[in-house]
Design a protein around this ligand. Structure first.
Ligand code: NAD
Length: 496
C-alpha cells in the first residue's frame, strides 16, 4: 500500500494558501528514500502576495502600534508553544531531513530560548540622548526596524537556522517573508502554525515555499524587501548578494566553511578524539561548522589516528528515529552523490582512505542515502579535499610540526567560519585562538552554539552576525532626531 502524502499549504497574510501555480512537489524521507509530503511550488505571484501582506502588516494595523514589551510577550509565548510541541516538530524534522531524533530532541528543547532571549531584548532597544554641541538644540537617536525581511534558509537545520533570523528580526519590530529550503520545508510550515497560535498579527510572518530561482530570486529582488538574511552555500550567497546589491539592500550571509580542528601534542587525547568525531560525524557532517580539516601534530599522529579510527568505526548508523543511532543518512540525493564524488576526488588526489570511503550498505541503512563515516589520512592542504566544503561525513587529516605551521595551515583557506583547538596550555589556547581567522573558536570543545553568543563568518564564510545582542542590531537602523529649543531665528543660508 502506498503511503498517503501529507499535503502542505503556504502561509500568507495569516492564511493557509495554495500556490498560484497550482503545483506541488515531493519532499523525501532520506531514511527510506521515498516521498512523504507535498510542498507547494511557489512562484513570483506568491512572492508578490507574501511581500504585500508583510508590507501591510509593517505599515498599518496592530503590529506597528504594539509596545516593544507586548512584542516581547508574543515572542515568549511562541517559545512556550515550541516547547509544548517540541516532540511533533522534532518528528517532522527527522522525517523530512533525516536528522537524528537524539539531536533534534536537544535542539527543540533549546530552541525556545531564542524566543525568550530576543523577546527579552525587544524592550531594551534604547536610543541615546546626544549631548549635542549646539545651543538651543535637542538631539536623540532611535533604533527602528527596517521593514520586510526576507529570511532564506538551507536544508541542514531548518528550524534552528530560521529561528536565528525570526527571533531577532521580530523582536526588532520587522515583518517577515520566510523561504525555507525546497528540500526541507515541512518543519517551517508547521512552525508558522505556532506563530499564528501565539497571536502574532496576520501578515507579520509569511512562509512561501519553492525553488531558489523561482521564489528566492524574486523575493530578494522585490523592491519592498528591506533586507535579506540568508544561510546557505557560497553560490547561493553570491547570487543573493548580487541581487540585493541592485536594490542596495543590506544582507546577512551565513555561508559555508572548511573548519580546522587542531590537535596539539599536549592535548588530552581521548577528549580530542571525541572532539574530532563530534566535529565531523555529528549531524552526518552536514553542518556549516563541521571540523572537516583535522590538523594533528606529527608527534602524536599515530596514537591519535589509532584511537580516532577505532572510535569512528564503532559509530552506529541506521534509523534516525532510534535514539541509539549516531550517524544518519545524508539529507538529499544530490548531496549524497556530491559526497561520494568528493570521496573519489580524495582517492584520485592520493589521500589515504583509512576508514569508510563509499556508500553504506549495512542492513540497518535500508534504502536510505547513507555514506560510511570516512577518514582520509595524509591529506595536504593544497588538495581539493582539504579546500572545498564536502558537507558530509568525510574527514581530511593533515599533519603539522609546530604551532606556526598549524596556524598557517588553519588560515590557508578561503573560509573562516569556525575552528577547534585542543591543548592543555592556557597560553597556547589564547594565542592560537587569537591567530585563527574565524568567527568562532572552540578550545577543548567543539560545536557549541548559543542564542547568547555571536555567530558568523570571517572571509568567505559570511557577512554579519547571528545570535547574541549583536544580532538584533542587524535588523535595526538608526534615526537621529533634532529638535530646536531656541527662540532665535537662525540665518537660513548657513548650516546649523
Ligand atoms: P543553498 O545555497 O543551495 O540554498 C539555501 C537557500 O537559498 C535555499 O532555500 C535555496 O532555495 C535558496 N536559494 C538558492 N539560490 C537562490 C537564489 N539565487 N536566490 C535566492 N535564494 C536562493 O544551500 P543548501 O545546499 O540548502 O545548504 C547548504 C549550505 O549552507 C552549505 O554550504 C552550508 O555550509 C551552508 N550553511 C551555512 C550555515 C551558517 O550558519 N554559516 C549554516 C548551515 C548551512
Amino acid at each position: 500500500m502506498t503511503e498517503q502524502l501529507e499535503k502542505y499549504q503556504m502561509h500568507i497574510g495569516g492564511q493557509a494558501i495554495d500556490p498560484a501555480s497550482g503545483e506541488w512537489f515531493e519532499s523525501y524521507n532520506p531514511y527510506t528514500g521515498k516521498p512523504w509530503a507535498l510542498i507547494p511550488r511557489g512562484g513570483k505571484e506568491d512572492v508578490e502576495r507574501a511581500v504585500a501582506a508583510a508590507s501591510e502588516a509593517f505599515e498599518t494595523g496592530e503590529w506597528p502600534s504594539l509596545t516593544p514589551t507586548a512584542r516581547g510577550a508574543l515572542l515568549r509565548r511562541l517559545g512556550d508553544l515550541i516547547a509544548e510541541k517540541a516532540e511533533r516538530l522534532a518528528e517532522i524534522e527527522v522525517r523530512d531531513n533525516g536528522k537524528l531524533i537524539a539531536e533534534m530532541g536537544g535542539q527543540l528543547r533549546y530552541l525556545p530560548q531564542w524566543y525568550y532571549y530576543f523577546g527579552g531584548l525587544a524592550d531594551k532597544i534604547e536610543g541615546a540622548v546626544i549631548p549635542i554641541d549646539k545651543p538651543g538644540m535637542f538631539n536623540y537617536t532611535r533604533h527602528e526596524p527596517l521593514g520586510v525581511i526576507a529570511a532564506i534558509s538551507p536544508w541542514n537545520s531548518p528550524l534552528l537556522l530560521t529561528s536565528w533570523k525570526l527571533a531577532p528580526a521580530l523582536a526588532a519590530g520587522n515583518t517577515m517573508v520566510v523561504k525555507p529550503s525546497e528540500y526541507t520545508s515541512a518543519s517551517m510550515l508547521e512552525l508558522v502554525k505556532l506563530i499564528e497560535a501565539a497571536g502574532f498579527p496576520k501578515g507579520v510572518v509569511n512562509v512561501i515555499t519553492g525553488f531558489g530561482p523561482e521564489v528566492g530570486e524574486p523575493l530578494v529582488a522585490h523592491p519592498k524587501v528591506a533586507k535579506v538574511a540568508f544561510t546557505g552555500g557560497e553560490m547561493g550567497g553570491q547570487a543573493v548578494y548580487q541581487q540585493a546589491a541592485k536594490g542596495l539592500k543590506p544582507v546577512t550571509l551565513e555561508l559555508g566553511g572548511k573548519s580546522p580542528n587542531i590537535v596539539f601534542d599536549d592535548a588530552v587525547i581521548d577528549d580530542a578524539v571525541k572532539g574530532a568525531i563530534s566535529g565531523i560525524f555529528a549531524a552526518t557532517g552536514q553542518t556549516c561548522i563541521a571540523g572537516s580539516r583535522l590538523l594533528v601534530q606529527e608527534s602524536i599522529h599515530n596514537e591519535f589516528m589509532d584511537k580516532l579510527v577505532s572510535f569512528a568505526s564503532q559509530a552506529q548508523m541506521g534509523d534516525p528515529r532510534s535514539v541509539d543511532t549516531q550517524v544518519g543518512p545524508v539529507t538529499t540525493q544530490p548531496q549524497y552523490n556530491k559526497v561520494l564524488d568528493y570521496i573519489q576526488v580524495a582517492k584520485d588526489e592520493g589521500a589515504s582512505c583509512v576508514l569508510g570511503g563509499g556508500p553504506a550498505s549495512r542492513p540497518e541503512c535500508g534504502d536510505g542515502w547513507f555514506v560510511e563515516p570516512t577518514i582520509f589520512d595524509n591529506v595536504t592542504n593544497d588538495m581539493r579535499i582539504a579546500q572545498e566544503e564536502v558537507f558530509g561525513p568525510v574527514l581530511s587529516v593533515i599533519r603539522f610540526k609546530d604551532e606556526d605551521e598549524a596556524v598557517a595551515i588553519a588560515n590557508d583557506i578561503l573560509y573562516g567560519l569556525a575552528a577547534g583547538v585542543w591543548t592543555q596550555s592556557i597560553k597556547r589556547a589564547i594565542t592560537v585562538s587569537n591567530r585563527i581567522r574565524a568567527g568562532t573558536v572552540w578550545v577543548n570543545t567543539y560545536r557549541a552554539v548559543s542564542y547568547m553568543s555571536p555567530f558568523g563568518g570571517y572571509k568567505r564564510s559570511g557577512l554579519g552576525r547571528e545570535n547574541g545582542q549583536e544580532a538584533i542590531r542587524e535588523y535595526l537602523q538608526t534615526k537621529s532626531v533634532w529638535i530646536s529649543t531656541s527662540d532665535e531665528v537662525p540665518n537660513p543660508f548657513v548650516m546649523r
